[in-house]
Every structure is written in structure tokens, then in C-alpha cells.
Design a protein around this ligand. Structure first.
Ligand SMILES: [Zn+2]
Length: 509
């Protein structure tokens, strides 16, 4: 290595350390770490993310005039992102980009502070220092070869491992590009043409509340309702008018692929319908329902168009990302729901997309509701004992029990029906598999149950009779679309559909 090139490499390494320590590491400040092993694992992970930023630094520094522009931009952008991460626990998400682009100047001014200005000013000074330093170093010879080599190494590194790539996409500076691109793709989805499958209105009630709780990673066999030995659903188990379905099969094992099948008329005969058809929200709106989507998750590209079918969309935690370890709770969906219910119309549909049993489990259960102990203490899941993992997981089911029970309290004196269906299950160490988005039997059986009010049962006695007699049957998650419509007297015309409110349903797995 020539002496000039060695100086350039030192400059690149120092720049990378600045970006990694000041702009990437803040994502990890609140990670649970209880052992040296965990600290080392997360340290290695941070290094891997730092190397991803090294290729960007390497390329932008090759020409000192380009670096005069790029380095200050890198510093200012990083200062803004890291400030909001630390001060407000906020990360860049497509929802935050959407909210920022559609907000007024006053709101933006409200989140600017002297601390932010000071933090940006500090990094402008550091960036100018790096630019001056760069001007004192000769550029590498054969700069185009270095540029091509740098691009090749960046692409190889970025595509080398799927999991690392997902994480790189959520870290500075890649998160800016990735989330704006994601936002753009969502806008394209929103503008795509969709059709509604034909339906017939048979016995629409004069007034009704329909609640659909879309769960997250809740597995059927960890519900006390389904015979689980632990009391994980004591409130629901004490209620009447609940019918649980322990044999619902979800073919997909992660959110972005399973949710479209649940919401749309897509099924095994019509898998493409999730990309070409509207969800039950549009059909219900056409039948006089006022609709709302309240979400504690993101607006994933595969289901963003279904979300936007709703009259009202609320994201109480729009700046939270599952890639960052931050507490947020499903009870935060309840105040906005109450506001909507206070001015409800005759027919209402509320969809609640919960964070439910998503890892890191403890962060989605308020401390006062943690019953099963000891809980997990480590971000690296395999550094916890199986007992800790199952305890933490079961606490999320217990908390779901509290949330759904409180929803039922709001509905029990009205004509109302509530559906709970998780998007998929969760692996808790079976065959060495954890979490979801993998292949394991435990991932295919999501929790599912239906609650109905007495007034609903009086209005639709035959539907309730069929619901009870179908309890032990096996359905795929595509039953939801047709069943939710049928529950309010809307019958769809689609060959091969399944429906839990009639006894002549098909129920092949
Ligand atoms: Zn999921």
C-alpha cells in the first residue's frame, strides 16, 4: 500500500467510526444485554453495520470536491436521525415520511429545539474538519478503478446475507434511501386499480359494531381458551359468547405475506386476488359502514392499499420500528378507538392491527401486567433460557387477553361482533427455531376466536349455531374475508370460499 493510499484508508476508517458511533450506535442504546456474550454479539453486529457505511464513505471520499458536498450532508442527516432516535425514540418509517410530507410548518417547528440545532452544529464542525483533512490527502491513483471496486464490494456486502440486508436497510445512511423508496412503492400501490368481488346484501342489521383484532405472532396452543395449561386468557375464559378456533392454518409465516390473504378475497383458488381486489373494508363501506384502521404496526406495502380503504387511519406509534428496541403497547390503540366510538354511526367497522406477541416480547407488555417470571433479559434470543422465552411470550398472550376483554366491555351492550385472528404463529425453540418468518409447524397455527354480544345472537341465531358447530373444524386464514362479511348479512360470490357461519362450509386444509 502506498503511503498516500494508506492516509486515505485512515481517513475512511475515521469517517466510518464517526458515522457508526454517532449515527448508528444510538439504535442500540436500549438493547437488553445481560452478559459479556451479548455485548460481544451486539458489538460484532454493530461492526457489520459500520462496514456497510464504510463502502459509502469510501466512494464519496474518492473525489475531494464530491466529499465537500457529501460529508456535510452525511453529518447533518445523521445528526437529525440520531437526535430524534435518542430524544423521542423515533425512527424513520414510511408512516413518518408520510406524516412529515403532509404536515404543516407549525407542527415541524414544534419538534425543532436548541438541543437539535446544537447537535447539528457540532456535526457540521466535525464534517468540515473531515473535508479539510481530505483536501490534505492525495486522491488514490486510478480513481475509477477504486470507484468500480468500491461499488462491487458494496453490492456484494449488501446482498451477501438477507437478514443483514434487512438490518442495513434500517440503519443510517441506508435507512433514508430505503424508507423513501418504500414510501414511493406504497404510493404506487395506493394508485393501483382494484376491483371488488360481487356480493349480495341479505340481512344487514340496522346498527352494529364489528371489531376485527388482527393479532401478531400469537399461537393457538398458548391460549388457555384452547386448553393450554397456563392461565394465559383468564378474562376471555370467564366470558360467555366466545368461540375459539384452534385449528386455523396460515400458510405464510410472516406479516407482509399473511395479512393480504386475511384481508382480501385471496384463497388457494385465487391467490392473485390479494393484488387485484379490495378488502372487506370497501364492501362494508358500500353497505353503509363507517370504517377505521387503528394500527400499532407499519403500513406494509403488501397491505397499505387495504389500510387506505378505511375512512379513518390512526397510527399512535408511527415512528416505532420492530428493528429498534423500544416499548410500545396495544393499550395505546384504545384512546383513539374511544374517540371514534364516541361519535359512532349506526354501522361501524374497527380494525385494530396490534403489535401483540412481536419480539422483543417484554417491550410490548406494560410492567404491571408481567405475571410469568423470570422473563428474558437478552436481546440475542438464544442467550435466554427456554423458560424465560416462554414466560415472556406467555405474558404477551396474557396482555392480549386484557386488551381484547376491554374491547368486549365496550361492545357488550350493543349489537356487536369481534373477530380475533393472529397473522401467524411463533416458534419458541422448536427444532432450534425461534420467532417467525421461518419454516416450522408452530408458525402455521395462529390464535383465532370470535366473540358476539347477546343482541347479535338474538339477531342472527342461525349464524351463532353454525359458528359453534364449526368450532373444531380446520380452516385456512382466508376464511376471514368471507366470514366477516357474512356475519353482517353480506354474501360474497367466490368459488371455493370458506365461511365459519354456515355449516356447509368447505374446510379442507
Ligand atoms: Zn406478523
Amino acid at each position: 500500500m502506498s503511503q498516500g493510499y494508506a492516509k486515505y484508508v485512515i481517513w475512511v476508517v475515521c469517517m466510518t467510526l464517526w458515522v457508526t458511533i454517532c449515527f448508528i450506535a444510538p439504535d442500540f442504546i436500549d438493547n437488553p444485554m445481560d452478559s459479556v456474550q451479548s455485548v460481544l454479539t451486539i458489538g460484532a453486529y454493530l461492526c457489520a453495520l459500520g462496514i456497510a457505511s464504510l463502502w459509502i464513505v469510501y466512494l464519496t471520499g474518492l473525489n475531494k470536491y464530491i466529499s465537500d458536498i457529501c460529508v456535510p450532508i452525511l453529518g447533518i442527516g445523521g445528526a437529525v436521525v440520531s437526535y430524534y432516535r435518542v430524544a423521542f425514540h423515533a425512527t424513520i418509517t414510511p408512516m413518518i415520511i408520510d406524516a412529515t410530507l403532509h404536515t404543516n410548518g407549525g407542527t415541524i417547528a414544534g419538534v425543532i429545539s436548541w438541543q437539535l440545532i446544537g447537535w447539528i452544529a457540532l456535526h457540521i464542525v466535525i464534517a468540515v474538519g473531515f473535508c479539510v483533512w481530505r483536501h490534505r490527502i492525495a486522491s488514490p491513483s486510478h480513481v475509477w478503478l477504486h470507484a468500480l471496486g468500491g461499488i462491487a464490494l458494496l453490492l456484494i456486502y449488501y446482498h451477501a446475507n438477507g437478514r443483514l440486508q434487512s438490518s442495513i436497510n434500517q440503519r443510517y445512511p441506508y435507512n433514508i434511501v430505503h424508507n423513501f423508496a418504500e414510501y414511493h412503492k406504497q404510493q404506487i400501490q395506493l394508485n393501483s386499480e382494484r376491483t371488488t368481488i360481487p356480493y349480495e346484501v341479505k340481512a344487514l342489521p340496522d346498527s352494529i359494531d364489528v371489531v376485527f383484532v388482527l393479532g401478531e405472532a400469537a399461537r393457538a396452543d398458548h391460549l388457555q381458551l384452547n386448553g393450554y395449561a397456563r392461565e394465559t386468557t383468564p378474562l376471555l375464559a370467564a366470558r360467555k359468547n366466545i368461540v375459539s378456533f384452534p385449528h386455523i392454518y396460515s400458510e405464510p409465516t410472516y406479516t407482509s405475506t399473511s395479512v393480504p390473504i386475511i384481508l382480501s378475497p385471496a384463497d388457494s383458488l385465487h391467490p392473485a386476488y390479494s393484488g387485484s381486489h379490495t378488502s372487506f373494508i370497501t364492501t362494508m363501506k358500500e353497505c353503509g359502514f363507517r370504517s377505521a384502521w387503528l394500527s400499532n404496526q407499519d403500513n406494509g406495502r403488501t397491505y397499505v392499499s387495504f389500510i387506505h380503504e378505511a375512512d379513518t387511519i390512526i397510527f399512535p406509534n408511527a415512528s416505532k420500528s420492530v428493528f429498534v428496541f423500544d416499548p410500545w403497547y396495544d393499550e395505546q390503540l384504545l384512546p383513539p378507538l374511544d374517540s371514534l366510538m364516541a361519535c359512532s354511526q349506526a354501522r361501524n367497522l374497527y380494525v385494530l392491527h396490534t403489535i401483540g406477541s412481536h419480539w422483543y416480547y417484554n417491550l410490548h407488555v406494560p410492567e404491571e401486567h408481567i405475571l410469568f417470571t423470570p422473563v428474558t433479559t437478552e436481546r440475542v434470543i438464544t442467550n435466554n433460557t427456554n423458560e424465560q422465552i416462554v414466560n415472556s411470550y406467555d405474558n404477551t398472550i396474557l396482555y392480549m387477553d386484557i386488551i381484547v376483554d376491554s374491547l368486549i366491555q365496550r361492545l357488550e351492550n350493543r349489537c356487536a361482533i369481534l373477530f380475533y385472528l393472529s397473522d401467524h404463529g411463533e416458534a419458541l425453540g422448536e427444532d432450534g427455531t425461534y420467532l417467525h418468518a421461518a419454516e416450522n409447524e408452530a408458525l402455521h397455527y395462529p390464535a383465532c376466536f370470535v366473540w358476539y354480544s347477546d343482541a347479535y345472537a338474538r339477531q342472527y341465531p342461525k349464524k351463532i349455531e353454525a359458528l359453534k358447530s364449526n368450532k373444531g373444524k380446520r380452516y385456512r386464514t382466508d376464511f376471514l374475508y368471507h366470514s366477516i362479511l357474512y356475519s353482517v348479512g353480506i354474501e360474497t360470490e367466490s368459488e371455493g370460499q370458506t365461511n365459519i357461519f354456515t355449516t356447509d362450509s368447505l374446510y379442507a386444509r
